[in-house]
Write a protein that binds this ligand. Structure first.
Ligand code: FES
Length: 81
C-alpha cells in the first residue's frame, strides 16, 4: 500500500526506514523522500512511527509532559445497527 503518492513510497519502504533507525518524519524523508512534497502523508508516517515504537509526535510528547491522559481505545461502543 502506498503511503506517499507524490513519491510512490510504500508502507514497506517506510517500515524499512524505521527498521534502519529513522525516528522522525524528517528522517523518513531523508531516506526515501516520503512527505517532502504536498505533505498529506506525514500524519500517516507519524502513525507508522508510533506503531513501530519510534518517538511519538510532538503533540503526544507535549501531552505527556503536561500529564494529560493518554488516549484510550475501546471505550466507545459501536452504534447498534
Ligand atoms: S503524498 Fe507524500 S508528499 Fe505528497
Amino acid at each position: 500500500m502506498y503511503v506517499c503518492m507524490c513519491h510512490a513510497v510504500t508502507e514497506a519502504q517506510v517500515k524499512e526506514q524505521i527498521d534502519g533507525g529513522a525516528e522522525t518524519p524528517r528522517q523518513i524523508a531523508k531516506g526515501c523522500k516520503a512527505g517532502t512534497d504536498c505533505g498529506s502523508c506525514v500524519r500517516r508516517i507519524q502513525a507508522l512511527l508510533g506503531e513501530h515504537g519510534a518517538r511519538p509526535c510532538p503533540t503526544a510528547r507535549l501531552a505527556a509532559r503536561l500529564g494529560l491522559a493518554e488516549p484510550q481505545t475501546g471505550l466507545i461502543e459501536p452504534l447498534a445497527a
